[in-house]
Design a protein around this ligand. Structure first.
Ligand code: SF4
Ligand code: SF4
Length: 388
């Protein structure tokens, strides 16, 4: 490896000035206020306005802290964990109010009276191509604006900008395990077989083929751990009971126990087929993470910090992250030599890394406010509604 003769920046760069940080945050403040007060589902009720104001302030303060401290991961994680916790609160409350239960009768699903989730998107493609039929039992528009067309359009917009950054800034499930992984001070299980990284691809392939064969979104029907905290098919017979037991066991194992023991996002890194599918779009997204090989002395602190197993000794030596990188920034924040950076494809790696970070964060945060912010506001509204 070449000798580094450049003067390296401090491991923890000096914070930005308050005024300059405020100036950089101003566009996000305006965007947050606009998006929260005009979000779908907002009403003229005082509690709805309070929920919108709290959420706009929350998203703005976190962005300000990212600007001021130049640290990304810590502040993004607060947003992401909040999203993961508040989504089921708002969602379950809505289900109970509208249907009296989290269990949805199969007839309701077939009639399309269930909100669409992004998870089955890869499972819809082959059946749609071969038979021109959507195998997800939802409606295209949806009564509350959460139908298939809206969700797919939102997913596409976020994906083209962020690639697999979706899994760090938009997924409303991943925050639960990220929150659990943050609880212990150190990992109980440290040695993780790197071959587990391939499992999501195997699950994706199996679920795509099975969905085509049985003409149902197989992952949603059988393997989604998050059914345990959202809606599920009401169990009326032994088969339904088995489905629900699988959901609960997968949730307990992959979202609670393993993240606690490993301090990694194990459901995302080892199992999620949507995450594997989303990795492909890292090839399209203009943003990526790059390692300056001249700066890097391979201490592998970044590999240890990565919650998604997206770095290996070999990839660090090549100056790259693996395809599964979700651009969370944990590696950037721990690197003592500031060798790993956000990078805009087609530019020199040494091209103003802080500018590339800012461009990524403006895009990601604007979309996070629009998508995740609405969910957070709904969760806050639900809590206010129940307790006030
Ligand atoms: S933490 Fe930084 S210096 Fe250490 S291996 Fe990773 S990129 Fe290289
Ligand atoms: S490589 Fe870095 S940015 Fe990518 S998932 Fe791992 S820690 Fe996050």
């Amino acid at each position: 490896m070449a000798t580094d003769t450049r003067i390296l920046p401090l491991a923890h760069p000096a914070p930005r000035g308050i005024l300059w940080s405020l100036f950089l945050t101003l566009p996000i403040l305006i965007w947050s206020l606009f998006m929260m007060f005009f979000r779908p589902g907002a009403s003229a009720e005082l509690l709805s306005h309070i929920a919108s104001a709290i959420t706009a302030l929350f998203m703005t303060v976190l962005f300000f802290m990212m600007m001021r401290t130049r640290n990304t991961y810590r502040w993004r994680r607060i947003f992401f964990v909040s999203l993961g916790v508040l989504f089921p609160i708002g969602f379950i409350h809505n289900l109970i109010v509208m249907r009296g239960s989290m269990g949805i009768p199969i007839e309701e699903m077939i009639a399309g009276r269930t909100p669409f989730c992004f998870m089955p998107i890869p499972l819809l493609i082959l059946p749609a191509v071969f038979t021109r039929t959507l195998v997800f039992p939802g409606s295209i528009v949806g009564a509350s604006g959460h139908g298939i067309a809206v969700m797919v359009a939102l997913w596409l917009a976020l994906t083209l900008v962020m690639g697999k950054g979706w899994c760090s800034y938009a997924c409303f499930f991943g925050g639960i395990e990220e929150g659990v992984a943050a609880i212990p001070a150190r990992a109980r299980i440290r040695k993780l077989d790197p071959r587990w990284r391939y499992l999501p691809w195997a699950v994706l392939l199996a679920m795509v083929l099975l969905s085509l064969a049985i003409f149902e979104p197989a992952y949603c029907m059988w393997l989604c751990p998050f059914k345990a905290v959202t809606e599920y098919v009401a169990a009326r017979n032994m088969l339904g009971l088995v489905q629900n037991v699988i959901f609960v066991l997968l949730f307990a194992g992959l979202v609670i126990v393993l993240p606690f023991l490993t301090k990694k996002r194990t459901q995302c890194a080892w199992f999620c087929p949507f995450g594997a599918f989303q990795s492909i779009f890292n090839k399209i997204s203009i943003f990526e993470m790059k390692i300056d090989k001249e700066r890097c002395k391979p201490c592998l602190l970044c590999q240890n910090a990565c919650p998604n197993l997206s770095l290996s000794k070999e990839s660090v030596a090549r100056g790259e992250t693996l395809l599964s990188c979700m651009k969370c920034g944990a590696c950037v924040d721990v690197c003592p030599r500031k060798a790993i950076v956000w990078h805009i494809k087609g530019t020199q790696i040494a091209w103003k890394p802080e500018r590339a970070r800012l461009m990524f964060l403006y895009s990601a945060w604007a979309l996070a406010v629009m998508f995740g912010g609405s969910i957070i506001a709904q969760g806050i509204y639900t809590i206010l509604h129940v307790f006030i």
